[in-house]
Design a protein around this ligand. Structure first.
Ligand code: AMP
Length: 213
């Protein structure tokens, strides 16, 4: 039962790798960021509460994120395992997760901060299918439009430079210390996350000892 956590700064490519990896393992890709954005889009009361924190690049309070994660983990498909991306982001969340499930592997996506800044501010995504592009490294075929849906690509409100700075600082202060936590638990595997999606995908599979596809 693969229970994999992807850890790393925003913009390291966790979301890009999580989908294909989860499909290959036959488990769902759980992203607390995606779950929160869906709640915001649906204008649920939880979404309304989370929205302001997210726009500013701050962490959403643990209790709100836990509520949404716990609901998703209790769905039948998550019983077979999961690829979790975006959780935990601080020590309290890591301890909560450990109390809920036994994690098998934690993959740390390692990337220099100047690369992250570029990746985040150049990121655009399709509002219909969620496909993610990068204006410089992975541009859409026709400017500003999704290759598959043709929809106009959007920038996440928290990918604006002001919010990006807050997110990176929050990562350094609250999330990075989890490396020690998971190294101490013997679960941490480091991954050089610089390179093409395919290269990083190969390293990820090698780190998990999966056959390369
Ligand atoms: P992400 O898509 O993972 O970059 O998440 C986008 C935003 O959602 C973050 O900047 C936070 O505001 C919020 N968020 C996602 N996951 C968490 C979490 N585990 N704890 C607190 N806030 C979160």
């Amino acid at each position: 039962m693969p229970r994999v956590v992807l850890l790393g700064p925003p913009g390291a490519g966790k979301g890009t790798q999580a989908g294909p990896l989860a499909a290959e393992l036959g488990v769902p890709h759980l992203s607390t960021g995606d779950l929160l954005r869906a709640a915001v889009a649906k204008a649920t009361s939880l979404g309304a509460e989370a929205d302001g924190y997210m726009r500013a690049g701050h962490l959403v309070p643990d209790e709100l994120v836990l509520r949404i994660l716990r609901a998703r983990l209790s769905e039948p498909d998550a019983r077979a395992g999961f690829v979790l991306d975006g959780y935990p982001r601080n020590r309290a969340q890591a301890e909560t997760l450990a109390a809920l499930v036994a994690v098998d592997d934690v993959l740390y996506f390692e990337l220099p901060e100047e690369v992250l800044l570029g990746r985040l501010t150049q990121r655009r995504s399709c509002p219909r299918c969620g496909r993610v592009y990068n204006l410089s490294t992975r541009p859409p075929r026709s400017p500003g439009r999704c290759d598959v849906e043709g929809a106009e690509l959007l920038q996440r409100s928290d990918d604006r430079p002001e919010a990006v700075r807050v997110r990176l600082a929050t990562y350094r202060e609250q999330t990075e210390p989890l490396l020690q936590y998971y190294a101490g638990a013997g679960l941490l595997r480091r991954l050089d996350a610089l390179g093409s999606t395919e290269e990083v995908g190969r390293r990820l599979r090698a780190a998990l000892r999966l056959p390369n596809v």
